[in-house]
Write a protein that binds this ligand. Structure first.
Ligand SMILES: Cc1ncc(COP(=O)(O)O)c(C=O)c1O
Length: 452
């Protein structure tokens, strides 16, 4: 029988997949080591199992013991799988920046999850580093793994990720591109590859707001470079012991937005439903494209799966709120038509007045307003019906014949949402601009903006 004895035996041997569309303008081959194929859906399964095995061998983790770790989810998942199979308890300490889905997934595999604030210094007693340390002191027969300084982390990649990439590329790899957090993945993989061929270039991808790039360039721990960022899983505000900067050739920083947008492109264009850091990794490579040559073989590491980011990078609303999606809004339509003031009518004006205005301005809809209060609307179609059945109506005040008011939305509502509000009965939508004046967007405006 061809079977695995437990889930841990399925860790590693992930596929190396050629990128075809996003990288079509590259002069060389670009491959992705897609590590969401691991059972915990991330590359961190490799180092989690290794840390457990080393802790067992060193007598730090004893039967029935409790695993304590600071984890944004991926390391926790790997540790939890190992704990299930090997009979340990898990307590994970994470930050409020991480997606809720990640914590829920950890709970699903039996772990306890403690959430701490993000924007505190590592030495603050509320920081997730401090909380994990304290728990390890208080809970008997527990062990704090500390993936940042635990060298079993990079050893896992030296023993598995590096050799796999070397074999899969038949030794032809010229560049490794990898987001860097604890430094375990990039350092361990690079240490192996450089041992095989010291000419292989190792490019670390970092995020703006992380300390690592400045530290790499200068050797200074300068906290003025540190600020909160949205990207998940990589970048640090200190330098973990897993780093061996001597095997890294370059650090490239990426913005939160560029990484997020690229993550979505990888899913849409390559069919690889990856996590946020995969987008940042490929974005970093894009920024370095000009230094590549025809025969280069580039390997990007894609750390985890997109399912952990459905409420974030893969959610339009989340992307819009952070200014990551360039969507057209009501405001853009209004700003695109220079100097045209909204034509309105008072409820006491007559049907003839409204018809005159429609002719003069070549418009089909007019809101009925009194003291900037919206009372109703007049539409060409509605008026036509009424005048046709009763020509006398021309002198009637509009308040007697007006239809219901157009829906009012926020000035920044995306055009896609406006199109849902425009129906047979509603030929237009209104919104108040920054000055508090009503502006109109008609069916015609929406059609024009969606077909431009
Ligand atoms: C999604 C994701 N990307 C990138 C990284 C960075 O990997 P490393 O910590 O090995 O540097 C991590 C690590 O937790 C991660 O979870």
């Amino acid at each position: 029988m061809n079977i695995k004895n437990n889930i841990l035996e399925t860790i590693g041997n992930t596929p190396l997949i050629k990128l075809n569309k996003i990288t079509k303008d590259f002069p060389c081959t670009v491959l992705a080591k897609v590590d969401y194929f691991n059972p915990g859906n991330s590359i961190k399964d490799r180092m989690a199992l290794k840390m457990v095995e080393v802790a067992e061998a060193e007598g730090k983790l004893k039967p029935g013991g409790t695993i304590i770790e600071c984890t944004s989810g991926n390391t926790g998942m790997g540790l939890a799988l190992a704990a299930c199979v090997k009979g340990y308890k898990c307590i994970f300490v994470t930050t409020d920046k991480q997606s809720k889905e990640k914590a829920d997934i950890l709970k699903a595999v039996g772990a306890e999850v403690i959430v701490c604030p993000t924007n505190v210094m590592p030495e603050d007693p509320k920081s997730y580093y401090s909380v994990a340390k304290r728990l390890a002191q208080e809970i008997p027969n527990s062990y704090h793994f500390n993936q940042y300084d635990n060298l079993a982390n990079r050893l896992a990649h030296f023993e598995s990720t590096g050799p796999e990439i070397w074999q899969q590329t038949d030794g032809k790899i010229t560049h490794l591109v990898c987001t860097a957090g604890t430094g375990g993945t990039i350092t361990g993989t690079a240490q192996f590859l450089k041992q095989k061929n010291s000419n292989i270039k190792i490019w670390a991808i970092d995020v703006y707001g992380s300390l690592l790039t400045h530290y790499f360039k200068t050797g200074d721990i300068d906290m003025s470079y540190v600020h909160p960022y949205i990207s998940e899983g990589f970048g640090e505000d200190f330098v973990p012991k897993n780093y061996d900067m001597s095997v890294i050739d370059h650090f490239e920083q990426v913005t939160d937005k560029d990484g997020a947008v690229m993550t979505r492109r990888i899913a849409k264009e390559e069919g690889l439903f990856c996590g946020y850091s995969a987008g940042s990794c490929l974005q970093g490579l894009m920024q370095l494209k000009n230094s590549l040559k025809k025969d280069d073989v580039v390997v990007c590491i894609f750390h985890d799966h997109g399912s952990r980011y459905v409420g974030k990078v893969y959610n339009d609303q989340w992307m819009m709120e952070r200014g990551f999606l360039d969507v057209k809004t009501f405001k853009d339509i209004v700003n695109g038509r220079v100097g045209k003031k909204l034509v309105t009518v008072a409820p006491t004006q007559t049907v003839a007045d409204a018809v005159e205005l429609m002719k003069k301005y070549d418009i089909e809809q007019i809101p009925v307003l009194k003291d900037n209060e919206l009372l109703g609307s007049i539409s060409e179609g509605g008026l036509f019906q009424k005048i046709f059945s009763n020509p006398e109506i021309k002198t009637a005040p509009l308040e007697n014949v007006m239809e219901h008011a157009f829906p009012v939305v926020d000035f920044t509502t995306p055009v896609e949402k406006l199109s849902n509000l425009i129906t047979k009965e509603n030929g237009a939508v209104l919104a108040k601009d920054e000055k508090g004046d009503y502006q109109i967007v008609t069916k015609y405006d929406v059609i024009q903006s969606l077909t431009k």
